[in-house]
Design a binder for this molecule. Structure first.
Ligand SMILES: Nc1ncnc2c1ncn2[C@@H]1O[C@H](COP(=O)(O)OP(=O)(O)O)[C@@H](O)[C@H]1O
Ligand SMILES: [Mg+2]
Length: 265
């Protein structure tokens, strides 16, 4: 399913937070969103998900505006894991993931074994099946994050929006969740703060001060000089001896390049 945004604009008290952003995300594409803190990534994603209404511009799923789509229809097409996702404290892990099935249930299609199967599969894919009966409030931040991702997967969306999904995860789950997302056929938009993780995306959009200042492949975007301009840090590339792929290394501007080069060597 294609996700298209045209001229999206959102301001708070006259202050532009997202200005005139247009982007077209192809069916099945994994699209990364990068940019400094406060550059408008989460605000943009909330508009893409239909959670906040753009003051200008439209979001379309396969050519149909979200404005003309009911919440239930949107939920059948699109799932969103917010950066600060919260869930009612008193529920169990399995209940939280079952919520993902809500948009598919109705009087004529009540809960069935198929729904249980989808929930089980989603729990397993984020390695939370063994904790299905745990109370939500006993979970760590990383476990909660994995449950939110499972809830989104249980929704069986054509479009998946993930706002910094690896934020609270330890390195092993960062790798496995990102691999999982990469392998999905779903159209995916993922905001990432780890720029090395962004290499896994098909294309990357760069946000700066509310604007989408560049869109391109990881090879086009993840270049030291450009990243230095956007993020205000020194950036070097290294080659991973394990697979020959490029890895980015970051240093503060004040500590100086030559000093850092010695450290790297
Ligand atoms: N509802 C709001 N009211 C006022 N300012 C907001 C609101 N939502 C976001 N902002 C501000 O907009 C900027 C962009 O925020 P955000 O979209 O969360 O950026 P990012 O996800 O890139 O870190 C920040 O400076 C933030 O404080
Ligand atoms: Mg954010």
């Amino acid at each position: 399913m294609k996700l298209e945004a045209q001229n999206l604009t959102w301001s708070a008290r006259q202050l532009p937070i997202v200005s005139d952003v247009s982007v077209s995300i192809k069916s099945g594409e994994m699209f990364g969103l990068i940019g400094p803190n406060g550059s408008g990534k989460s605000t943009l994603m909330r508009m893409l998900a239909g959670l906040s209404k753009p003051q200008k511009g439209v979001v379309e799923l396969d050519g149909i505006s979200l404005k003309q789509t009911s919440r239930r229809q949107i939920a059948q097409k699109l799932a969103f894991v917010e950066q600060q996702a919260e869930t009612q404290d008193l529920i169990k892990v399995r209940d939280a993931v079952e919520l993902g099935r809500t948009c598919w249930l109705s009087a004529i299609s009540p809960w069935s074994a198929h729904d249980t199967y989808i929930v089980d599969t989603a729990l397993r894919s984020v390695d939370m099946y063994h904790m299905a009966n745990r109370s939500w409030h006993t979970l760590s931040g990383g476990e909660r994050q994995r449950v939110h991702i499972a809830r989104a997967l249980a929704q069986e969306p054509s479009v998946l929006l993930l706002d910094e999904p690896t934020n609270h995860l330890d390195i092993s789950y960062q790798v496995s969740i990102l691999d999982l997302v990469t392998q999905l056929d779903t159209t995916t938009v993922v905001a990432l703060h780890d720029l090395n993780q962004a290499f896994k995306c098909d294309r990357i959009g760069v946000m700066q001060a509310g604007k989408m200042i560049a869109i391109g492949t990881p090879e086009e975007i993840l270049k030291p000089k450009f990243l230095e301009e956007v993020f205000g840090v020194c950036v070097h590339t290294l080659i991973d001896p394990n697979n020959g792929k490029t890895v980015l290394s970051f240093h503060s501007v004040s500590s100086g390049r030559e000093h850092n080069m010695r450290q790297v060597i």
